[in-house]
Design a protein around this ligand. Sequence first.
Ligand code: KG4
Ligand code: ZN
Length: 361
Amino acid sequence: MRRHSAVSSSCSPYGPILGVETSCDETAAAVVGPDRKVWANIVFSQHDLHNRYGGVVPELASRRHIERIETTVSEALRAAQLRWSDLKAVAVTQGPGLAGALLVGVSYAKAAAFALKLPFVGVSHLEAHIASAWIEDREFPIPCVVLVVSGGHTHLYLVRSDGFYSLLGQTLDDAAGEAFDKAAQMLGLGYPGGPAIDRLARTGDPGAVRFPRAHLKKGSLDFSFSGLKTALLYHLRDRNGAVRDVQKADLAASFQEAIVDVLVIKAFEAVRRHRVPALAVVGGVSANSRLRARLAGQAAEAGIRLGLPSLAYCTDNAAMVAAAGLNALERGRRSTWELESDAELSLAAIAVDSSPDAERP
Ligand code: KG4
Ligand code: ZN
């Protein structure tokens, strides 16, 4: 259990802060001002580069980050109408993610902070996604439940009123986004799979095929999507791959519905069990239109406040990194020049709190 640092309402002495994100296949830079508003949010997606391989090729991603990082940061500064000397701090995604890709962002951000003699902080990609829930709604309530659904994570957290957060459940195998990506590959829809399935599913029947929903043992808030993926594989194999386009749309809609069902049920079960008034859903998969609609319907029915970032803050971006960095610095967290990128970084390892009650359960 770690101290949550996503929320603070007053003006920040660490803004404008530059955020840098290179953990996967987006080269991103952003500026968050002392007013905690996003002054610039620039994302260079590498999807075109990786699409032809059906997924992210780590070596190509690192090289493209090296080529893009300078122009991305310059563009963010230009969009924010700032000079380098106007910055008050620098934040970067330290991990988790692709080792080589992370290294580019961390080296660049560290060099910039060192040259400018600015406070520097490495943040977890997960903590950044969580912070995105407060970017557009600084009054979003705490305590609340946050569901992080991305290509690498399906994690449910309780953010408690004493400021700590605790992990309530996580995927035991594939992440939700990974399941979307693999299904899209099987259906020949290219990479990234989530948006492709989302689009195609709009013309399909979500009830066409009843794919399995893994609820695991009674009351569990953990997730599992590997059985669902296998069910789609067997479904296609039984038809020798001869699936017409209209059937593809039905399969996309049915597959999507199975994932959305489980996410919605477990997220609201967590809300009910912990008696909190609010639920935030963040990360790339929270851009899914069906998930957003189902969450909105259920939240209205249950009288729960729903936090869903705008699409620009769902998928990887650096505004969430800058926002998380601002909060971390305000809590007294600061990285040294020895900071290294960490592909396996766990949230618990980074959100270290120097206050005496840091380890309080
Ligand atoms: O947060 P994110 O941009 O990167 C990671 O941290 O992984 O999430 C990327 C994931 C990918 O798996 C992508 O397919 C999925 O989010 N995604 C979606 C949608 N947009 C992106 N999944 C379902 N529906 C979408 N509209
Ligand atoms: Zn992400």
